[in-house]
Design a protein around this ligand. Sequence first.
Ligand code: PA5
Length: 447
Amino acid sequence: MVKLDLQFAAAFLADREWEYQQPFVTDIVSRLHKGEVPGANFLGWIHLPSETLKQGIELIEQAGARIRENSDAVVVIGIGGSYLGARAAFEWCKPEYYNQLPQDRRGGPEVYFAGNQLSPAAFQDLLQVLQGKRVSLNVISKSGTTTEPAVAFRLLRQWLTDKVGAVEADKRIYVTTDRQQGALKHLADAKGYPTFVIPDDVGGRYSVLTPVGLLPLAAAGVDIRKVLMGAATAEAEFATAQLKDNPALRYAVVRNVLHQKGKAVEILVTYEPALRSFAEWWKQLFGESEGKDQKGLYPASVANTTDLHSMGQFIQEGTRNLFETVVRVENQTAAVSLPSDPQLEDGLEYLAGKSLAWVNDQARLATQMAHRDGGVPNLTVTVPDKSEQSLGELFYFFELACATSSQLLGVNGFDQPGVEAYKTNMFALLGKPGVVAQSKGMKDTLH
Ligand code: PA5
């Protein structure tokens, strides 16, 4: 189960603060369950794990198996909430160098992500690596019109059609989109592409446990049932409104209390490269949910111990407006121990026989104590292992914490009005029909 340890934050919190916060949290949990919060149309994530398991995931598993059987590579096309969760889960569940492993050791196709930027160089690099391979595409977009994935899909569909012909290309395209609306839905219906639904009441950043995350994972050979079972366990365990029994709610409270005490930035800290994209998913979840109405904690991340040699200086001694939340994986399966080698004269002989996991964990402990002493409260979120179940639990833990935290902050945690501002400007600059006049005005200003 996910645990929250506050030993390195205790000096910044008073015991009575729990008492003060409990009535607010009780009220929020009750309103979340009754659908009486701003953005109540997007609360489908609350019972999503148990309901999805009840409804069954066979169609997703079958599509995943089909992709595995007939593809050397799958390209997952999407951005934001239609991208980060799948990537976080893929990197959590699969080895660091998955794509470089021989096919029989991978147990699934190579997995690439596209449509999350507009770089022509990145697109060309992708085509190079896809050359000569049997490729399937999973295009994911709730609206079906988001520019980056739409551009990537247009390019990749053309490339695929040129390579294998229209009939074969049509068999290699899987669509994840809205139940009934949008350009992608219309195309999928017209072409007969296998189509998976993003539920109406689940927003992008809460959608990892829908086909948005589940189909790419199934295609990569991840046991998606276990991910959902982990999340369903969290759904049941974290249903209580009692702070003392619910680490997700305690986490929501602590980050808000620290925010009120002048902390403006929360840094998610990881000690496993496999959690890098998880941190990106977390940043979107909290950044898009809370950063509005001129409010919110700025969510940042560091990947240690790498970043201790760069950002470590700032965190230890820079502006004192930070706190850190460390995601710790307690038990490691990789058994690596340091050998004895007196010839090296590197001063490390005293570590001979020690496991690398232990050394890594001492680095974490040492850093948490140093940063705490430097005035940076340190929270620790621990999962027992890097299993699929733990991942599911952790997704749910942060989703619930984020929904609660947004309510404590007093914002609508389920909309993202600010994301539209750049899109309107970009459409105008690109000359999209209907915004031509605005585009001309903007161009005049720019030149
Ligand atoms: O959380 C969100 O709503 C966004 O990040 C969207 O997921 C992102 O903009 C992609 O949108 P769509 O799935 O409509 O392409």
